[in-house]
Design a protein around this ligand. Structure first.
Ligand SMILES: Cc1cc2nc3c(=O)[nH]c(=O)nc-3n(C[C@H](O)[C@H](O)[C@H](O)COP(=O)(O)O)c2cc1C
Ligand code: SF4
Ligand code: SF4
Length: 457
């Protein structure tokens, strides 16, 4: 059985699944229930100087029947009294000594930081996470993403923290920057032990068109908020991968953003995350989702012959390259499985209007000189089926399977993505040449950039 336990920057946890700092980690009672459900760690809802929250505070993007594909919030940090939170943190840690209890913090002056860090140490917590990511409310007060967006300030603030504590320190970064590497290097320069990312993406989630007010509505107005949930996963994954590949950056990374399943978690880990944090999926489905995450990751590691989570960390890194290093001779074409096709025509429409006009309906003529046999076969089948139907046969369906002109297919994947039947379209490898050839090879060797040469463009 693989070892799911982790040691993340000195913070030990029975598994890599942590709750992110947010409503699911508001109180000790919640976190204890989460640990009982199987979560390995929890980052307490951010502590700071007392704030007041608004009502309402959440808005979402739904996609068809799927609710909360993306979640937007205008909630601030904890609105519970500091003393109560600190007492509960100590209680949780005492009762769950082997789970990771991390306290998220957002304070202003060096004195405030020194004071809260001392009080955190007294709780017995395993580490602190510095919230440099909140993109609404707190940044207008010079905290949260206002720090995360200013590398010099970020380094300075991490230094204040490092001077005041011996606890492991994680700097939580904002994605609302043009280059994620800059704040990450700034955190490293300040002495942080690790980084976590992403916090939420600055956003307006929608507009109530009857009232002409953005949502979530607070009486007669709204404000920008922070976006998270499944929709942000690709953005978070890219940032984690970019940091892991950065040669000057060597801190452990806690991956956050749209993680809902063991697969999402495994993807983050494979691209470099040493632990993962979850918020929206728990707000949507509850703490119990961790059971499937643990089981799924365990089985996946077994299937890969990996004995620990650590073996997976960054394992997909070698497969992540700059565009210029991709193999230009690799080529795939779409193949339709006639037996599975339901003749819905979606691939044809997508390829004609959104790709390269090379999926044809049966009966349509081939482009002059191109794959005439395939066009002829499709046409023949369509004709045969139509004749049988015309002769009174009721057991014959019209022949509606489209055909692909492989000589024109660029292998973009669009038809494969839109086809509603699983396994009906397959992208099949048809290399242009056996050897590897990249854009960077061509530039290095001074060869023509495009087949046929630049002069032919
Ligand atoms: C309602 C809400 C409140 C949040 N509050 C905090 C917070 O207090 N501190 C913090 O660092 N992140 C906070 N976050 C951000 C999450 O910790 C997390 O970084 C983000 O939601 C992305 O993860 P997800 O896609 O799994 O939700 C909050 C998120 C939500 C939805
Ligand atoms: S892969 Fe792209 S170009 Fe090829 S048939 Fe499908 S949609 Fe058309
Ligand atoms: S989208 Fe799939 S099922 Fe629909 S016509 Fe194309 S291949 Fe057939």
């Amino acid at each position: 059985m693989p070892d799911l336990s982790i040691d993340f920057a000195g913070i030990r946890s029975p598994n890599p699944f942590w709750l992110a700092s947010a409503p699911p980690t508001n109180s000790g009672d919640q976190i204890m229930r989460a640990f009982d459900a199987g979560w390995g760690g929890a980052v307490w809802k951010t502590l700071g100087t007392p704030i007041i929250n608004v009502s309402s505070r959440l808005g979402s993007v739904d996609l068809g029947d799927r609710r909360m594909m993306g979640l937007n919030n205008i909630e601030l940090i904890t609105d519970r009294p500091l003393d109560v939170n600190l007492r509960e943190i100590a209680e949780v840690k005492k009762k769950y000594p082997h789970h990771a209890v991390i306290v998220s913090l957002m304070f202003d002056t060096p004195e405030e930081w020194a004071d809260i860090l001392k009080r955190c140490e007294d709780t017995g917590c395993d580490g602190v996470e510095l919230n440099f990511g909140c993109p609404h409310g707190m940044c207008e007060r010079g905290m949260g993403s206002a720090v995360g967006q200013e590398p010099k300030v970020l380094t300075e603030l991490v230094k204040w923290v490092m001077d005041s504590t011996t606890l492991p320190v994680i700097a939580k970064l904002t994605p609302n920057v043009s280059e994620i590497v800059d704040p990450a290097l700034a955190a490293q320069a300040g002495g942080a032990h690790a980084v976590s990312l992403i916090n939420t993406i600055k956003s307006v989630v929608g507009v109530d068109l009857d009232r002409l007010v953005p949502v979530p509505r607070v009486n007669d107005a709204s404000s920008h908020g922070g976006y998270c949930g499944p929709a942000v996963k690709p953005i978070a994954l890219r940032m984690v991968a970019e940091l892991f590949r950065q040669p000057d950056f060597s801190l452990p990374i806690s991956g956050i953003g749209g993680i809902s399943s063991w697969r999402d978690a495994a993807e983050f880990i494979a691209l470099g995350a040493g632990s993962v944090q979850v918020c929206t999926a728990v707000m949507h489905h509850g703490y119990r989702i961790v059971e499937d995450m643990i089981e799924g990751l365990d089985e996946y590691l077994v299937s890969k012959n990996m004995s620990s989570v650590q073996e997976l960390v960054g394992a997909a890194n070698a497969g992540f390259r700059e565009w210029g290093e991709l193999d230009l001779n690799y080529h795939v074409v779409a193949k339709i499985d006639e037996a599975k096709c339901i003749g819905c025509n979606l691939c044809h429409v997508a390829c004609w209007d959104g790709a390269h006009q090379c999926i044809h309906m049966p009966g349509t003529a081939a482009i002059e000189g191109h794959v005439a046999p395939m066009a002829a076969t499709a046409k023949k089948r369509a004709f045969e089926a139509a004749s049988l139907i015309a002769s009174g046969r009721t057991d014959v369906e019209p022949y509606r399977v489209p055909w692909v002109d492989e000589t024109e297919c660029v292998g973009c994947n669009l038809c494969w993505l839109v086809c509603p039947v699983s396994g009906c379209i397959e992208m099949v490898e048809q290399r242009r040449a056996p050897e590897t050839d990249t854009w960077n090879d061509r530039v290095r060797e001074g060869r023509d950039f495009v087949p046929g040469g630049l002069k032919d463009i």
